[in-house]
Write a protein that binds this ligand. Structure first.
Ligand SMILES: NC(=O)c1ccc[n+]([C@@H]2O[C@H](COP(=O)([O-])OP(=O)(O)OC[C@H]3O[C@@H](n4cnc5c(N)ncnc54)[C@H](OP(=O)(O)O)[C@@H]3O)[C@@H](O)[C@H]2O)c1
Length: 342
């Protein structure tokens, strides 16, 4: 196969920019590149390793000739445009939640269920960034011992919401930080931006995403449903809580998991360390700052369960823009090229 023609849809966003950087960093064989975004960015020029490229308006772009389209422009755009790209012959790797639970669409974590790529019918879904990071650590234990149930809490960075949220964190830190007394004793003023339901700076929001069924947010349901689909374990019980924290990049997750048999922390640590793209940090606590800007996810604090013996608790953190989004999408694209599936 000649080097594929690649399109990045949402190229001006946080994930889109990381996709371009990832394609370059991994020497992906880009035959030609097209960049697409909204009418706001259409006509602007982006410098890429493959030449200066004019951003096209997704709304009226002709997808003919595109082999691989990496979509990260939001669910509505994916619903509206991914099918027409696929019909024109492109394989779409989609970062939004639009297609993830469609039974005809593979949901793939590279390094966990790569085999699912070959079943694609034009669209492949990238899992949400929290589930992706979690499963990099959990899947190797699942394969050995069979996951039964888990209690999961996420600590999600603002970059998971996009570029506007990163700017909002910076300005809120500054604005609220001017009155430290108010942060200590009350009297602070609600920030003017409307990115989150409550202030994100100097704070923790025990509410990531938007409300859906039974009082859970869509982010929490993603952890339940995407875990089951990726691990092909429809009966796994997941108790999720998703929290937004004032961190720029890097989603952290605490998980307490029980399996079909007892698993010791030593065994869990060894299994996790054998997985691709994961580092187990035994002597140093891994934090979001450590994970930002690297490909691997980091695992710390592997412990035995206390109340119900035989399970393990651990902490895993990963760059939500890299493994949580762009890196995984590019790894799927690499698989498509290697297996002549695009
Ligand atoms: N951030 C993460 O960690 C992460 C992880 C996994 C998945 N995702 C998913 O990836 C997608 C993008 O996230 P992001 O963080 O990159 O958001 P972002 O920084 O806000 O970027 C959004 C991108 O979508 C484009 N866009 C918006 N409205 C559009 C329209 N009507 N037509 C065409 N393009 C449009 C924007 O173009 P303009 O610049 O022209 O507005 C921009 O390129 C979302 O579906 C998100 O759920 C994000």
């Amino acid at each position: 196969m000649t080097a594929p023609s690649v399109a990045v849809v949402g190229a001006t966003g946080a994930v889109g920019r990381e996709m371009l950087a990832t394609l370059a960093r991994r020497d992906f064989p880009v035959g030609s590149i097209r960049l697409l975004a909204s009418s706001r960015s259409a006509g602007s020029v982006v410098t890429t390793p493959w030449g200066d490229t004019v951003v096209e308006d997704l709304a009226d772009a002709d997808p003919a000739g595109i082999d691989i389209a990496l979509f990260s422009a939001g669910g509505t755009r994916s619903k509206d445009h991914a099918p027409r790209f696929a019909e024109a012959g492109a394989v779409v790797v989609d970062n939004s939640s639009a297609w993830r639970m469609d039974p005809e669409v593979p949901l793939v974590v590279a390094g966990v269920n790569d085999h699912a790529v070959s079943a694609h019918r034009g669209i492949i879904a990238n899992p949400n960034c929290t589930t992706m990071v979690l499963l990099m650590a959990l899947a190797p234990i699942h394969r050995a011992a069979g996951l039964r149930s888990m209690v999961v809490s996420s600590y999600q960075s603002v970059s998971g919401t996009g570029t506007q949220a990163m700017s909002a964190l910076v300005s809120q830190v500054e604005d609220l930080g001017r009155n430290v007394e108010a942060l200590k004793a009350g009297g602070w003023e609600e920030p003017a931006d409307e990115i989150y339901v409550r202030p994100i700076a100097w704070n923790v929001l025990p509410y990531a995403g938007s409300e859906t069924d039974l009082g859970y947010t869509d982010e929490e349901w993603k952890l339940v449903n995407e875990t089951r689909k990726i691990l092909e374990a429809p009966d796994v019980a997941v108790e999720p809580t998703c929290v937004r924290v004032p961190v720029m990049v890097g989603h952290g997750i605490t998980a307490t998991a029980w399996f079909g048999r007892d698993v010791t922390p030593d065994e869990a640590g060894e299994l996790i360390a054998e997985g691709p793209g994961v580092q187990v940090w035994a002597d140093k606590v891994a934090t979001p700052l450590d994970s930002a800007g690297i490909d691997d996810v980091l695992v710390s604090r592997v412990r035995t369960t206390l109340g119900s013996p035989g399970g393990v608790s651990f902490w895993v953190v990963g760059d939500n823009l890299r493994k949580g989004a762009a890196l995984n999408a590019v790894q799927i694209a690499e698989r498509l090229v290697e297996d002549h599936l695009a």
